[in-house]
Design a protein around this ligand. Structure first.
Ligand SMILES: *[C@@H]1O[C@H](CO)[C@@H](O)[C@H](O)[C@H]1NC(C)=O
Ligand SMILES: *[C@@H]1O[C@H](CO)[C@@H](O)[C@H](O)[C@H]1NC(C)=O
Ligand SMILES: *[C@@H]1O[C@H](CO)[C@@H](O)[C@H](O)[C@H]1NC(C)=O
Ligand SMILES: *[C@@H]1O[C@H](CO)[C@@H](O)[C@H](O)[C@H]1NC(C)=O
Ligand SMILES: *[C@@H]1O[C@H](CO)[C@@H](O)[C@H](O)[C@H]1NC(C)=O
Ligand SMILES: *[C@@H]1O[C@H](CO)[C@@H](O)[C@H](O)[C@H]1NC(C)=O
Ligand SMILES: *[C@@H]1O[C@H](CO)[C@@H](O)[C@H](O)[C@H]1NC(C)=O
Ligand SMILES: *[C@@H]1O[C@H](CO)[C@@H](O)[C@H](O)[C@H]1NC(C)=O
Ligand SMILES: *[C@@H]1O[C@H](CO)[C@@H](O)[C@H](O)[C@H]1NC(C)=O
Ligand SMILES: *[C@@H]1O[C@H](CO)[C@@H](O)[C@H](O)[C@H]1NC(C)=O
Ligand SMILES: *[C@@H]1O[C@H](CO)[C@@H](O)[C@H](O)[C@H]1NC(C)=O
Ligand SMILES: *[C@@H]1O[C@H](CO)[C@@H](O)[C@H](O)[C@H]1NC(C)=O
Length: 738
């Protein structure tokens, strides 16, 4: 029993011991003892495990409670940092991961200040004045950095510490086994060898931006380095050499920034190992000439190449200068190159870039001719052509880039373009034509498919001509804005869209422009079209009617001319007959049934031989006698007439008489057409001197015939010639009478 009790006791005791131990370990946290009492320091902002005492001008490191991870003291006034100061961090020695001592006016470190910060991952010592030119100061920072060796430091920022020379001295005791990010921006480093960073085997990002570096020895290499920022230094003539005799020592480098240096030769043979490089920034150097030696070809991963703003030094790009199969983004902006001039830019420079999707050629002189050099870049998705002196947007230019999504034509001199210019751009999302000289925008400015894809259209600051056409543009804008998907499509609308012309509208917002003189343009146009159509129609109808009723009209005209003769006037005593009718025997039917009947009904006195011929009187005498008794002679002309001898005789007598009485004496009536070859000379002459009155079978035309005939008879009757004497007759050709 006692044994059992004993065992039980042991078990309970061990359990108790374990429990007590558990409790102990719980209590053996940093927050034991005096640390428990420490609260959030005055003037600081404490949030969870993070304390910020920014810009408080603190002259000391305040006492920090336990379990803090982040401490920011930027903008303090600590001046000398010693172990005494860091002892105020003691409660969080094992938890602090971030310490920001930026701009704390530290000039000097005393002792191994960071030794107990065993969890520190991020340290920022920038903007202090630690490294002057004094040996003593250098030693102080050597030691301070050396005291970080027990911490897993990843990020170290040593910007603007006035580091001048002896970078290797600074890191003399610093192992940096965990360092991935080292920044030494804005120091005064002139010379640097990469052997200094040799032990930082995990370094990924090295930032030496804005130093005075002109000598770089990169022969050791950094195998993990991905981003190397050497922007704003004084590297001149040749770019840095990355590969020593083909051996690759920068095997991970992806992004190399060499902008703002004084490099003249754009690439180096010692780059061939940089087969991981994706982005190369050579902006703002002094490059003069990009030769044809395929300099970028061996950068087999290169995606982005920036060759912008060479401060007017770049004057020549040769044909295959950019031969690079992988390149996707090329920036040639701000070089003031004249793309039209083949001595500056060779014709084919863009022909060896099969993957290029983005091109920036802003601030060069491209114009229409230069733009032709771009046309082989069929994969382009982004095209930036700001300020390139473009005066035209040729209809067939943009069709070369069917995948274009972003097009920037800001500040060119485009005066006009047609919607056709955008006809193949069905993926366009952003279009900027602002600050051009367009006065009359086509409406719509682009085809429906382009509008459908478009998300932003900026055409502010153009020279809008707010004349009558402006209504169309206003309507189009209103329509587009009514579409809920396109509500924000017009950038800066309506504020920056103002009329330029006419003078009276100058600076009026586009959406408020209402030219007064043309409010009803459309209405007036329609009216004009309708009225001219009606006039044309009426005219056509009139023509048709006039044609159909041509004889009636002629008759009416004739009647009007004849209006003076209101009633029949009797013959004067000298003439027995109004008219003598000369006709061929074969036409007697017409003469008797038509002519005679009609004229006698009109109370004319007619002589026709068939009725009046006196038997026994010689035919000749009778003819002469009666012609002389008649005021006129009607000749019934026909084929028969032409064939009849007696008819010719009568004609001759009549013509002889006409010599005295005037040409109106003879009234030729054409009963039917006669061939001119059957006509006797005298008949032909008759045709020429007086137009015969034509007979036709249509009744309408007949009315005209009768009217004309009566008119001719009346004219002769009323001219009042008095003559008795056929004694005067000097008819000579009466041989037929024999
Ligand atoms: C910070 O404190 C120092 C001395 O303690 C003083 O001279 C300085 O003017 C202070 N600066 C600001 C910005 O308060
Ligand atoms: C430690 O912090 C306290 C206030 O939190 C301060 O009074 C003291 O001077 C600091 N000690 C040192 C050595 O800076
Ligand atoms: C580090 O902490 C130990 C005890 O925890 C202390 O003796 C030593 O002085 C501290 N060192 C510094 C530099 O703070
Ligand atoms: C550290 O603080 C103690 C008293 O708090 C002081 O006697 C000593 O001089 C200080 N040491 C330094 C280096 O400031
Ligand atoms: C760098 O590493 C080498 C060996 O790998 C070692 O001998 C040297 O001491 C290290 N330098 C520093 C400053 O830790
Ligand atoms: C570059 O550094 C290496 C190693 O430190 C050295 O051997 C070489 O001579 C240096 N090259 C130049 C040009 O200084
Ligand atoms: C290099 O630093 C400058 C200045 O901060 C920055 O603008 C540039 O983007 C950096 N380059 C890279 C490649 O990050
Ligand atoms: C290249 O460098 C220029 C000048 O420093 C800078 O403006 C530009 O943003 C850089 N481009 C990239 C892609 O880093
Ligand atoms: C590119 O690499 C090939 C093979 O490594 C080499 O023959 C050629 O000279 C290199 N081109 C340039 C411009 O360095
Ligand atoms: C486009 O490229 C082809 C093949 O390289 C070439 O024949 C043609 O002349 C180029 N067109 C232009 C406008 O450069
Ligand atoms: C346009 O884009 C489509 C899909 O991204 C691609 O298949 C096509 O090849 C591209 N066209 C050109 C001319 O690059
Ligand atoms: C538009 O693109 C298609 C192919 O994407 C092409 O066949 C057609 O010719 C292009 N139209 C114009 C006007 O260039």
């Amino acid at each position: 029993m006692g044994q059992r009790m004993f065992l039980f006791g042991i078990v309970v005791a061990t359990l108790l011991i374990i429990l007590v131990k558990e409790c102990r370990t719980d209590h053996v946290s940093p927050c034991q003892g005096e640390c428990e009492a420490v609260k959030c320091p005055a003037h600081c902002n404490c949030k969870k495990r993070s304390i910020k005492c920014n810009d408080r001008n603190l002259t000391y490191i305040p006492r920090i409670p336990c379990d803090i991870k982040h401490l920011t003291l930027a903008g303090s006034n600590i001046q000398i940092l010693s172990v005494n100061e860091t002892s105020n961090l003691s409660c969080s020695f094992e938890t602090l991961t971030l310490l920001n001592l930026r701009d704390c006016k530290i000039t000097f470190f005393v002792g191994d200040v960071f030794t107990n910060l065993t969890q520190l991952k991020y340290l920022d010592l920038s903007f202090n004045k630690i490294v002057s030119y004094k040996e003593k100061n250098i030693r102080s920072i050597q030691r301070a950095l050396g005291s970080l060796n027990s911490a897993p430091l990843r990020t170290l920022k040593l910007d603007r510490l006035l580091i001048h020379e002896g970078v290797n001295e600074i890191f003399k005791y610093f192992e940096g086994r965990h360092l991935t990010y080292l920044s030494m921006r804005e120091n005064e480093i002139i010379e640097i060898e990469d052997i200094v960073f040799k032990n930082f085997t995990k370094l990924i990002h090295l930032d030496l931006y804005r130093n005075w570096i002109n000598k770089l020895n990169l022969s050791s290499g950094m195998r993990k380095l991905e981003l190397f920022n050497l922007s704003h230094n004084q590297i001149n003539i040749f770019p840095p050499k990355f590969c020593k005799t083909g051996k690759s020592s920068y095997t991970s480098l992806k992004n190399l920034d060499l902008s703002w240096n004084q490099i003249i030769v754009p690439f180096s043979r010692n780059w061939n190992c940089l087969n991981t490089l994706k982005t190369l920034n050579l902006s703002r150097n002094d490059i003069e000439y990009i030769a044809e030696n395929h300099g970028f070809q061996n950068l087999s991963s290169l995606r982005t190449l920036i060759l912008s703003e060479m401060r007017t030094t770049l004057r020549r790009i040769r044909n295959e200068a950019f031969r690079c199969d992988s390149l996707q983004h090329l920036d040639l902006s701000g070089n003031g190159l004249n793309f039209e001039d083949p001595r500056q830019v060779d014709k084919d420079i863009f022909n060896y870039l099969p993957r290029l999707t983005s091109l920036d050629v802003s601030d060069n002189s491209i114009r229409t001719v230069g733009a032709q050099k771009l046309t082989n870049l069929s994969s382009l998705e982004t095209l930036i052509m700001k300020n390139v002196n473009l005066r035209l947007l040729p209809d067939d230019f943009l069709a070369n880039f069917p995948n274009l999504t972003y097009l920037d034509l800001y500040r060119n001199k485009i005066e006009q373009f047609s919607a056709n210019a955008f006809r193949n751009l069905t993926k366009l999302m952003l279009l900027n034509i602002s600050d051009n000289l367009v006065s009359n925008f086509p409406v719509p400015p682009f085809p429906p498919a382009t509008l459908y894809s478009l998300e932003s259209f900026d055409f502010a600051y153009n020279y809008f001509e707010c004349d009558c056409d402006i209504f169309e543009l206003q309507n189009w804008i209103r329509e587009v804005l009514n579409d809920p998907n396109k509500k924000n499509i017009f950038s800066r609308y309506p504020d920056e869209y103002r009329c330029y012309k006419p003078q009276s509208m100058y600076h009026t917002p586009l959406n408020e422009a209402k030219p007064t003189h043309c409010t009803n343009v459309r209405y007036e146009l329609i009216l004009c079209i309708i009225s001219s159509a009606i006039i044309c129609l009426l005219f056509a109808v009139l023509l048709v009617v006039a044609y159909v009723y041509r004889w009636e009209i002629k008759f009416l005209c004739h009647k009007m001319r004849q209006r003076r003769r209101t009633e029949y006037r009797p013959l004067t005593y000298t003439f027995e007959y109004n008219t003598y009718v000369a006709y061929a025997e074969k036409d007697s039917a017409w003469v008797i049934h038509d002519l005679l009947k009609e004229l006698e009904e009109a109370r004319y006195n007619i002589y026709i031989r068939d009725r009046y011929s006196v038997p026994g009187v010689a035919r000749c005498d009778e003819i002469v006698d009666n012609i002389y008794k008649s005021k006129t002679v009607i000749l019934v002309l026909s084929k028969n007439f032409a064939a009849c001898q007696w008819c010719s005789y009568q004609l001759n007598v009549a013509q002889a008489r006409a010599v005295k009485l005037g040409p109106h004496f003879i009234i030729p009536v054409l009963l039917e057409g006669i061939d001119s070859k059957h006509m006797k000379k005298s008949v032909q002459h008759l045709f020429r001197s007086s137009k015969p009155i034509e007979w036709a079978r249509q009744s309408t035309k007949n009315r005209l015939f009768w009217s004309e005939l009566k008119g001719a008879l009346d004219e002769e009757i009323t001219n009042g010639f008095e003559d008795t004497g056929y004694q005067d007759c000097d008819v000579e050709d009466i041989s037929i009478c024999k």
